[in-house]
Design a protein around this ligand. Structure first.
Ligand SMILES: [Zn+2]
Length: 343
């Protein structure tokens, strides 16, 4: 029912270090089992990077940080009363306010701590669950206000500059939109087609397959299943977490959020050991009525092609063809992540 398609390729080079003996380099083109999007497994290398010392960067950027407690309520804007009468949402040391550079008509930013620099390993499951909970509270307010953009409820996390963050202070992008972003729209359309054709939910079948097959599977936490993407977009693989009993973001309970936080904490500890200190994390949601969908999030570590030069891991291939490359087999990355997941 679900097809895991790959094309094996082989490059032959004459090796100058060994008297021009032929050297064979394997690679693979894989196809995402839902959308058919292609992804290359190539450029094989040891997944090992140097974590820089961020102390100086943190100190320099802290003085003018708009999200630090001394500025955040003076600098950041407020929502109009029809959306949020109190202007901003607060919860302990977290605060949610309108994004000055919104992606859509209702966009927010939520700080995840009053602390300016939080290393990837410093996020507790409770902190992540609480930050996602603050985003959900915002979405519930939009639902209650019957806002026309309250259709798809999205949380994006760009952690650290290599992942596209322009502020060191940890924060989430929180927005609602009636226009699903590209890849999410393609996934939803494909999952709908799959459901019609097979009278089954793609995500349920995928989880079933990954759990039984085991090579990419990391584990189950409550009602969330964690595994590596077959055709990842990240150079060091992508981790997918599927919530088996939620269709959309607004279905998530506090228990789900804690489970997602717990899994993310394990994944971050594992990637931290590879020297990775940056990632993207996105929610993928359907509308409430999209019963063919299951809520899932994707965690994608970000790093460099050349760390000394600051060369980003997104080049022409990805930027203009949306063709991705991963520098190890996802099954091997799963094996290196699993001990952290089981811990
Ligand atoms: Zn700050």
């Amino acid at each position: 029912m679900i097809e895991f398609k790959a094309i094996e390729k082989e490059t032959v080079l004459l090796n100058p270090k060994k008297n021009m003996e032929p050297r064979k380099i394997p690679s693979q083109v894989r196809f995402d089992p839902l959308t058919g999007r292609s992804a290359r497994i190539c450029h094989f290398m040891k997944l090992e990077w140097e974590k820089p010392d961020l102390t100086d960067l943190a100190l320099e950027s802290q003085a003018n940080c708009p999200f630090c407690p001394q500025y955040v309520e003076k600098i950041t804007p407020c929502f109009p009363p029809e959306i949020l009468p109190e202007g901003r949402l607060k919860q302990n040391d977290m605060i949610l306010f309108p994004n000055l550079a919104p992606y859509d008509s209702v966009g927010a930013v939520a700080t995840m701590a009053d602390r300016h620099l939080a290393p990837m390993t410093a996020f507790s499951e409770r902190r992540m669950a609480a930050a996602f909970g603050l985003a959900l509270e915002f979405f519930r307010r939009l639902e209650a206000a019957r806002h026309p953009e309250s259709v798809y409820h999205l949380v994006n996390w760009n952690y650290m500059p290599p992942a596209g963050s322009s502020v060191i202070h940890p924060h989430l992008q929180v927005f609602a939109t009636s226009t699903a972003p590209n890849l999410m729209r393609q996934e939803l359309e494909a999952a709908k087609t799959f459901a019609k054709k097979h009278n089954a939910c793609f995500w349920e079948k995928l989880v079933e397959h990954e759990a039984a097959n085991g090579r990419r599977y990391l584990g189950k936490i409550g009602n969330t299943h964690w595994f590596m993407a077959y055709a990842p977009m990240g150079v060091a693989g992508d981790v997918i977490a599927v919530v088996q009993d939620a269709v959309s973001t607004v279905d998530l309970s506090e228990k789900h959020l804690l489970e997602l936080g717990r899994g993310l904490q394990k994944i971050m500890a594992a990637y931290d050991k590879m020297g990775i200190y940056s990632f993207n994390m996105n929610f993928f949601t359907g509308r409430r009525q999209d019963t063919f969908n299951r809520f899932h999030l994707v965690f994608s570590p970000r790093t460099f092609f050349n760390q000394a030069l600051g060369t980003t891991d997104i080049g022409a291939l990805r930027n203009l063809y949306n063709e991705t490359l991963c520098m190890a087999y996802p099954e091997e990355i799963a094996a290196s992540l699993r001990p952290f997941f089981d811990a």
